[in-house]
Structures are given as C-alpha cells and as structure tokens.
Design a protein around this ligand. Structure first.
Ligand SMILES: [Zn+2]
Length: 73
C-alpha cells in the first residue's frame, strides 16, 4: 500500500515515527476508530502507519475501553 511507502516508520506515541524508537510500520491504523464509518475509514488524515505489535496494543486498549463504556449503558 502506498501510504506505508510514504510512511515507513511506526507513528505511534511510543515510536514517534522513528524519533523515539525506529520500528518499521506494517499496518495502517485509524487514529480515530472508524467503527464501520466509511468516511472516517477512507479519510487519509485519519491514517497513521503503525507496527503490528503497537497496533495490537492500541486496539486492545480501545476495545477494553469500548467494552467498559458499553457495559455502562
Ligand atoms: Zn510503535
């Protein structure tokens, strides 16, 4: 995917696009979770390159937060 060719390094806060830690990006993450919203899904300003392990960590945090919020309703 060309986005990763332009952004080869993980942009997560821990890696900071190679400033804090050089990690090769392997997936494109949505900064704001799209949750099926196609406008958000295709919005390139909502994309960031991430390494798979960093992405998994972020998703796990978001999912648990979402699950907690859902259980409050
Ligand atoms: Zn990272």
């Amino acid at each position: 995917m060309h986005f990763l060719a332009e952004h080869p390094l993980c942009m997560c806060p821990a890696c900071d696009a190679g400033k804090s830690r050089v990690t090769a990006a392997t997936v494109v993450d949505h900064i704001r979770p799209h949750r099926g919203d196609l406008t958000l899904f295709w919005d390139e300003t909502n994309w960031q390159a991430m390494a798979k392990p960093c992405h998994d960590r972020k998703t796990a945090t978001e999912d648990s937060r979402f699950a907690r919020r859902k259980s409050c309703i």
